[in-house]
Design a protein around this ligand. Sequence first.
Ligand code: ADP
Ligand code: MG
Length: 574
Amino acid sequence: FCLSGAMEDVTGAQLVAEALKAQKVDYMFGVVGIPVMEVAMAAQAAGIKYVGMRNEQAACYAASAVGYLTGRPGACLVVSGPGLIHALGGMANANMNCWPVVVIGGSSDQKLETTGAFQEFPQVEACRLYSKFSARPSSLEAIPSVIEKAVRTSLYGRPGACYVDIAGDMVNATVDRSRVRFASCCPPPPVSLADHGAITEAISVLKAAKRPLVIIGKGAAYGRAETALREFVEMSGLPYLPTPMGKGVLPDDHPNCVAAARSRALLQADVVLLLGARLNWILHFGIPPRFDPHVKIIQVDLCAEEMGNNVRPAVALLGDINAIVTQLLMCLCKDSWKYTSDTEWWSSLKAKMSANSKMSKALALQSTGLMNYYTVFHHVSQLLPHDCIIVSEGANTMDIGRTMLNNYLPRQRLDAGTFGTMGVGLGFAIAAAALEKSENRGRRVVCVEGDSAFGFSGMEVETMCRYNLPVIIIVVNNNGIYSGVDLETWKEMAKMGDLTSIAPPVTLLPEARYDEVMAAFGGEGFLVRTVEELCEALQLSLRNWERPSLLNVLIEPSSDRKQQEFPWLTRSNL
Ligand code: ADP
Ligand code: MG
């Protein structure tokens, strides 16, 4: 049926592009080649911004970051076989983080299936383990509705990755427009509220608490619960602790934030209001030795299957965080209850916070010769604008950086996340910077990387330079994974024999010139050894809105974290 009676042919590539645009997918990241070249061009023609990356993995990380930052998935465009397989890492990471992303993969021609065609691979099956939805439209006519379903599935319920496979011979094939089943834009996910009785129950558990704690996870950030949550925290007077990416939902310098007393807060809390965070390794499974064995958890999540993982909640509030926090707030308002600030719990938390921040400051001033992590972050934290977007990955770099670099605004910290993935940083930074640029916002993107982490996607500095994305990369360079050796030791080792037999597996090339990698593509590179050089380079970079910069900060190769109360990843008693 065609109103005008005129015939108009559309290609598969156009249908993919137009369908994505119709679903308000405005950004695409990819690596083109046969058979998806035309899809990227059609995407641009349809008004989608296309960012060409250097590896599909980084492209998929970038597309998923757009999903987290905007609430609408980014698209990742990949070629068949190896291209799609590279993207699996990004899909897994997005799915683990509960971030929406839609991957579009070209595949070998339908008519060549099972013949050993170029880059032939069972792509739809391969994606199942890494996604919520994986399908191939059976015809050109079906493309828009399959894409609508992929976008909708990526957003509804627990967000995640979706895959649409486009056979190579569909890309340039044509169909008359009047035959196509078009699908209109899927609305944002419907919002569900928690059961009213459960809300009353949660409030009475909270009121009875001696040592209550609110934990704010990245589900609260994704769910845009910041306004309701601030009101709830301020009205209830409760202390809160953000998870790594929950940082900034409420500012890190808010008087109710007890991040600097994290271990004590977790260990001694008798009631925890858990808002959009899983009781996985990041929260030490919610069990001893890191939690009180009798802690009562009020669990808030939109995923019913999450309820009761590792700990049976005292109250389960199923639904959207923003809506549920509003429900809790309304219940609180009725009898104007407030957890007072003169409790023993608050004094104990405050004492611990001030001791811990004193210790970090002392460690920052301790370094002689090359800097340690604390010195670097102490100075970086003083120079960064409050509205900057902090991307971070690495081992000590990420862990220590998280405690010392404050976030003041929601969704402005992106890191290795639930999956602990190294290599996400540059893709995330490119996504954030591309959004800032095209939406004319002026927030700075600062990417704080360990030297090892940087290496996973290091070639993406070319992408940053190509699109003039003024990202500031700070490589905290300790010559290795966890720790490295100094240049002299390395040279001695090289004289002693074959390095593949004797070099510690953690080592990377000492004093590697990552700054020159950036300079090679026209960005600014700085080699930094001292506090003065660090501050000067960062100030110069912050003034440069034209091009990206990379600060290669050589630190003491054996610099380490301060003594920890608990070994990392303790999982006894589970
Ligand atoms: P963190 O890494 O901060 O601990 P997780 O990724 O482990 O956070 O947990 C986030 C949780 O938030 C997931 O279980 C997810 O189902 C949930 N979630 C995501 N969006 C919402 C929302 N809008 N409302 C409620 N829960 C949400
Ligand atoms: Mg390192």
